[in-house]
Design a protein around this ligand. Sequence first.
Ligand code: NOJ
Length: 725
Amino acid sequence: MTDTTATTTRPWLDVALPVEERIDLLMAEMTLAEKVGQTHQVANIDPEADAETIRAGRISSSLYASGATGGNERDEGVLVGSIDAAQRHAVEGSRLGVPLLFGRDVIHGHRTVAPIPLGLAASFDPDIAERVGEVAAREAAVEGVAWTFAPMVDISEEPRWGRVAESLGETPVLSGRLAASLVRGFQGSDPSDLDRIAACAKHFAGYGLAAGGRDYDTVSVGENTLRNLHLRPFKAAVDAGVMTVMAAFNDVDGTPMHAHEHLVRGVLKNEWGFDGVVVADWNGIGQIVFQGVAADSREAAALAIRAGVDLDMVSGAYLAHLEELVESGDVELALVDDAVRRVLRLKFRLGLFERPYAARPGATNAPTPESREVALRAAQAAHVLVKNDGVLPLDRDSGTVLLSGPFVDDGEALLGTWTLDGRGEDVVSPGSALKARLGDRVEVSDGRFSDRTLQQSRRAERTVLLLGEHPSRSGEANSVTDIGLPHGQLDVLRAVARLGKPVVAVVYTGRPLDLGEVLDLAAAVVVVWHPGVEAGTALASVLLGDVEPHGRLPMTFPLSTGHIPTSTHQRPTGRLIRADVDHEEGRYLDALTYPRLPFGLGLSYTTVDYAAPTVSTSTIPTDGSLTLTVTVANSGERPCREVVQLYVRDPVAQVTRPLVELSDWALVDLAPGQSREVTFEVHAEQFAYTGRDLTARIDEGEVVLLTGPDSARLQPVTITVRNDS
Ligand code: NOJ
């Protein structure tokens, strides 16, 4: 029990009461105008200009404000350091004292920037994802941020779409498991802890199917595909306790997601029992008008509140119209009450009523050795070696190296897309890291390639070319029609390769690229994504072999732009060409159709042999399980961290099922010459899918379990599921 005077006049402040009772007590006192105020989120907050609105209880939340105290500086229009001053108006100046909730996009690290989410996904490592979330939450909380709009769990097989950079890969089990880890990292076991913040699974739903890979575009998809693929990582995030979910900008089969009552209220809230907040995306309610499904913002507000969108991000439609919509009888009060209850539940669970102010004298969010260690582990794990003729690792003791390309000293670029709080000066660049390790043996030619690069390359024994995309080419609203390397880069690679000495290509990217010629010309290729503050340290450690490369591709790399989509989602057609693996037969007249680099691929500096998988029993009941064992042996001379992958294929089902789908994996450390038996507990529920009637089912019959180092090199074992066994 806190201050008794306060709890006499404001009984909802009594921490001894259950949250739902506290919400009842508070809502019983609220006017309709105050309730509607709780559904309104603004972009920025200015404690002076917005004082009256806050005191009137007409702002619930802000999505960009950051910084506990201060408030004089402006950073791109956002008042920095205004949080506690604004909060004082809400807590001490408004009638009921409901605190404001400050959100912010803390997407892949706050100040200590980690790899972009697609790079984090390459780690296949739930523990690293959780640590990354934890560090980001602590740093954001120091700035008064109580809520992040991450993780993004949109499933996509569309590399043209810039937002794949922000995704956790193409497959639901990887995306869902890493999302659950990030949610745990952000929220901890008690999100009211000082160093934790609320997470947000986004964008619900189908956003990764935007037509043509054009951001925000329309989505045509059936509910079976949604349930068997796109909704699954959201369900995993909800099961992990994610406190909020963001609606997607797109429509699904004609209905804007901000108006999609069946999916938002029906599936997410009612069927799955999600009791958190559904937040609109930026002006997403207003955009229902642009989508041509509401005549004006009043109608858009009515559609969105009915659909189950609780908090209006910046459109102002709820603030302007909800009261009148209720008073006129067009919208039931119960719908507004449901939204308000959810917003208040979030604020209570975050402990904002007990601890509304953020200022923590002496606390800093500057990177520490500990936070950098997490970022370094994550960046190392994001390095995916996709080709090596033996040139890597580079000799630590001899040989000269030319390091060249646009990313050599560009710290800011290596932070990647979506870093509101990262700073270029915190980044260890590849140039400085390699210099620190190799001293005079490394020559650095930064900036643009030139003829001098060729001269330098001729002198050096090895050339490491840093190629790929600037982060401004991926992320939101950055789609491309061609997934080739940016202009000019292949010319340089060709010219350097022509000199006849081994070239190592390091590829920074936010999306799968067409790496055909790079793979032909370079002796080794490492895909690094955008790795964050430890970019250089991580690269040096992998190139020099202090750390064995152990990342795996979380998305398929197609042969070319024209081959999109190519992914593990491929389902069997009536014609038996296995486009996922068949290097002989094509589905086009002018090209074959296998992936350039299959999902799950990643080499190490050694070789690993896989035996055929065996199972403890070949028949299990629909609620049973078995143990699958696969022996992996390091047959080379260096240690490695192997990502042993388990896939599933259901040969006969009610609906077409993927040719292979990742179902589980294990990270296994192997010393040179060591062999290990890796076991997987396989539960029949891993074979569950949504059938023709849109309900979940586990069929009797055969299921193929496949193990191997990636999705294209698998060995099968067939088991049978039976009800009577
Ligand atoms: C739009 C983006 O789609 C969303 O992911 C982001 O969180 C919001 N803007 C807020 O910045």
